[in-house]
Ligand binder design. Structure first.
Ligand SMILES: NC(=O)c1ccc[n+]([C@@H]2O[C@H](COP(=O)([O-])OP(=O)(O)OC[C@H]3O[C@@H](n4cnc5c(N)ncnc54)[C@H](OP(=O)(O)O)[C@@H]3O)[C@@H](O)[C@H]2O)c1
Length: 329
């Protein structure tokens, strides 16, 4: 039976998006065929949909860096038809065909069984962004960040990763300071559990001192660049920063002083090639720790047809929270 997919082609060095009807014979090699229910819209999807950052080398290509769905057929003993699964990372939607389609074929090691407490829609309401937020929280925990040591800063707080991070940290008892450039999201961020809000402008100008007044016990950063450098200089003794994103830039101009005088931990977060054990642990923790009402408040479900315009909106910083794409409407 045919299925619908958003296909990217490269024509005269330009990326063209088109809706195509494909059939099983078009699917790539893999062990498990999954009927996709939902895919998430992530910042990286926005880049890929426009052919930016050289994330995709081979066309034609089906984008979509994550999906949830139900197994239709499996050559792997690990999954059987009817199992509900989640996929994020492993270069899905980049070097492999991804989730902006009604059907995918992938290897079994790319799939995580749906944990109790989540369902197909809620899994993609979290998606790569939520999964990464949990990896960041777990990294801070491993670094010894506890709620009694001071406040945790979340940058790019009104975005997908930031919104989930704010809600998770608040649920776990941390005092959360949310940094955002959008005044209209202040009430939203407070409703997710942010105790206070700072304007992103407070962190966006280069600092003059390598060590600033200590403010943060922990940081979850989605912005990078000057914002990360300032947050790093403001991190308290034995605090830690979980470095997740580059929505504000790739450059990082900093000194070693916070590392050697305050013992600050700079922790890299990679969701793409995160090993299977940690992956399953993070999804179980999300099922346990992400409050259902907050996840609902963060999420907007959109039909497949709106994907191209939403892909542009996420690059323009106009998307609040998480957008889930229902590929069957
Ligand atoms: N390491 C990983 O494995 C991993 C996984 C997922 C995502 N990421 C990265 O994490 C970042 C966030 O992803 P997302 O899906 O949550 O994206 P998103 O929903 O678009 O959120 C990004 C947020 O960053 C802020 N922002 C955007 N442009 C900015 C600028 N020029 N200066 C300062 N702040 C800016 C905005 O927050 P406000 O409106 O609140 O200011 C925006 O909502 C991206 O860089 C993404 O590539 C990394």
């Amino acid at each position: 039976m045919s299925f619908k997919a958003l296909v990217l082609d490269q024509i005269d060095n330009k990326i063209r998006q088109s809706w195509k009807d494909l059939d099983d014979g078009d699917l790539p090699a893999g062990e498990v065929i999954v009927r996709v229910a939902y895919s998430g819209l992530n910042y990286k999807d926005g880049l890929i949909l426009k052919g930016l950052a050289r994330l995709v080398r081979d066309y034609p290509h089906i984008p979509g860096i994550d999906f949830s769905g139900t197994v239709e057929a499996s050559d792997s003993p690990d999954f059987k038809p009817g199992d509900e699964v989640i996929a994020t990372g492993w270069a899905l939607g980049e070097r492999r065909w991804g989730g902006f389609t009604q059907k995918v074929k992938v290897d079994a090691n790319m799939l995580v069984r749906m944990p109790a407490g989540l369902d197909l829609e809620r899994a993609m309401a979290l998606g790569t962004a939520g999964f990464t937020a949990m990896l960041a929280v777990m990294a801070l925990e491993r670094a010894g960040t506890t709620s009694d040591r001071g406040e945790v800063l979340v940058t790019g707080a009104a975005g997908g990763l930031g919104s989930v991070a704010v809600a998770l940290l608040a649920k776990l008892g941390y005092g959360v300071v949310a940094s955002t450039g959008r005044k209209e999201t202040h009430e939203y961020l407070k409703s997710l559990g942010a105790g206070s809000i700072i304007d992103r402008g407070e962190l966006s100008e280069p600092g003059v001192r390598p060590l600033e007044k200590a403010r943060w016990a922990g940081v979850i950063d989605t912005v990078g660049g000057v914002t990360l450098a300032r947050a790093y200089a403001q991190t308290a003794t034995h605090g830690a920063l979980a470095v997740c994103g580059n929505a504000g830039g790739n450059d990082l101009n900093m000194t070693v002083l916070p590392l050697i005088l305050r013992g600050v931990g700079l922790l890299g977060i990679d969701s793409n090639f995160c090993p299977g054990d940690l992956r399953r642990q993070a999804w179980s923790r999300l099922a346990e720790d992400m409050p259902a009402d907050k996840l609902k408040a963060i999420t907007t479900v959109e039909p497949f047809a709106r994907l191209p315009e939403l892909g542009e909106a996420i690059l323009e910083g106009k998307i609040r929270g998480r957008t889930v794409i229902d590929v069957n409407t």
